[in-house]
Ligand binder design. Structure first.
Ligand code: HEM
Length: 407
């Protein structure tokens, strides 16, 4: 299929000016072609109404990435970074109908068993330990030194990793996040760690997501469990890190918030909600495939083509009535594949944002315009450099929360 010249949702220009590119895409219609990697194309929905219609229409749209013609015909380079999230795996993210319902029930039940209060305590403890490393320096990159790692450490605990497996899991995930030349190897290491963890929990069950998946009444196969866990880490880490980093940025730059930082949790929560609307951590995702040739809001949608939702563009759709509620956004998507981890993700992100603002005093951003990391899916600042008043480890240790229970 010949695709007309399309706006690029990857590369340096998009990373530096995502809003301009999405405005350009929006000007082409409610659904329009975009290039998501060199020579790789997708239709992208920018209209809020059209996005909702697609996300709820499971009779017309499938999540099964094996329906992608260009991939099946060898037109997508094997090493394309988009395949990390768009290549099919036997997990709920790519499943439809009763298969999705079964895998999703297991996912919902296991995530629902997380003690959110305990998760918050664990997150604060890991956050304080990371801050103690940079506190004497007076400068920090909130992304590399903090936001990228806090969710990973929390996940390692949630999955029930013993320290050595946890350390390797964190290292492998960081390799995947960095998306450098070692990313493929890091992804294999990550699967290896998860397989080791599953084997371990079979013999020594604990109070953790891995054990709950193993013992769930849906009787998931070994392969299904592995892929469910892979999607928890793979789908959860980067957007949570992006949400933390972007919220800290907003709190430090926006006069409206920075003047009322003493407002504590309420101010932080409001800034985090605003971030979801204006800087959706999953900018463009929720990949679907039409089950038959169809039309969405007047735009032909052929079979075999990935159709993505621009959560970012839909949230900032100028056609949205100004009276809509503050939480009426699509950052978590909608319909049967809506993110199942809103509660845990919110606890981790909020605890991380509050802890860094509490423990590093007089924080000031060093750069104003920060490009995002490259790639079409996430909206994640590449760095968030800040300075602050250096503190001694002694004061931090006194201020840090006492260790609570572990999962
Ligand atoms: C604790 C952290 C998180 C975990 C464990 C997690 C897990 C998941 C899982 C398992 C799915 C697949 C659901 C399904 O297909 O039925 C999913 C979907 C999704 N998540 Fe999350 N997530 C996390 C954080 C986030 C954050 C912070 C955002 C952005 C605000 C986000 C946005 C999404 C979106 C947009 C989808 C829909 C994907 C699609 O339909 O292809 N998630 N998440």
């Amino acid at each position: 299929m010949t695709v007309p010249t399309a706006p690029r949702l990857f590369g340096e220009r998009y990373a530096a000016h995502p809003h301009e590119t999405l405005d350009q895409l929006r000007s082409l219609g409610p659904v329009a072609w975009a290039e998501i990697d060199e020579g790789v194309h997708a239709l992208v929905v920018t209209s809020h109404r059209a996005a909702l219609d697609l996300l709820h229409d499971t009779a017309t749209y499938s999540k099964d990435a094996r329906l992608w013609d260009a991939l099946n015909n060898g037109q997508v380079p094997q090493h394309s970074p988009v395949l990390a999230l768009m290549g099919w795996r036997p997990s709920l993210l790519y499943a439809d109908d009763s298969t999705h319902e079964r895998l999703r029930t297991a996912m919902d039940d296991c995530l629902g068993r997380i003690d959110l209060h305990e998760l918050e305590e664990i997150t604060r403890r890991h956050a304080s330990a990371l801050i103690a490393r940079v506190a004497p320096l007076g400068m920090v990159d909130v992304m590399a030194d903090y936001a990228d790692t806090v969710p990973l450490l929390a996940f390692a605990d949630l999955l029930g990793c013993p320290p050595d497996v946890g350390a390797r899991l964190v290292e492998a995930c960081q390799g995947v996040i960095n998306a450098g030349p070692g990313a493929g190897l890091a992804a294999r290491d990550l699967i290896g760690c998860l397989a080791e963890l599953v084997a371990l929990k079979r013999h020594a069950p604990g109070r953790d997501i891995t054990t709950w998946m193993l013992t769930h009444s849906t009787q998931l196969s070994e392969e299904e469990i592995l892929n469910q866990l892979f999607v928890v880490v793979g789908a959860g880490t980067i957007p949570t890190a992006a949400w933390i980093g972007q919220s800290v940025r907003l709190l430090l730059t926006d006069e409206h918030y920075s003047s009322s930082l003493t407002g504590g949790a309420v101010t932080v929560r409001r800034a985090m909600e605003q971030t979801l609307r204006t800087h959706s951590p999953m900018a463009n995702f929720s990949v679907h495939f039409a089950r038959r040739n169809t039309v969405l809001h007047g735009v032909p949608i052929p079979v075999g083509v990935p159709v993505m939702i621009s959560h970012q563009a839909a949230n900032t759709d100028p056609d949205l009535p100004s009276t809509r509620g503050a939480r009426d956004h699509l950052a978590w998507s909608a319909g049967p594949h809506r993110c199942p981890a809103v509660g845990p993700a919110t606890r981790i992100a909020q605890a991380a944002v509050e802890t860094i603002l509490d423990e590093l005093w007089a924080m000031q951003l060093s750069d104003q315009h920060i490009p995002n990391r490259p790639g079409p899916f996430h909206q994640c600042p590449s760095t968030v450099h800040a300075t602050f008043k250096p503190t001694t480890a002694v004061r931090l240790a006194a201020a840090a929360p006492k260790p609570g229970g572990t999962t």
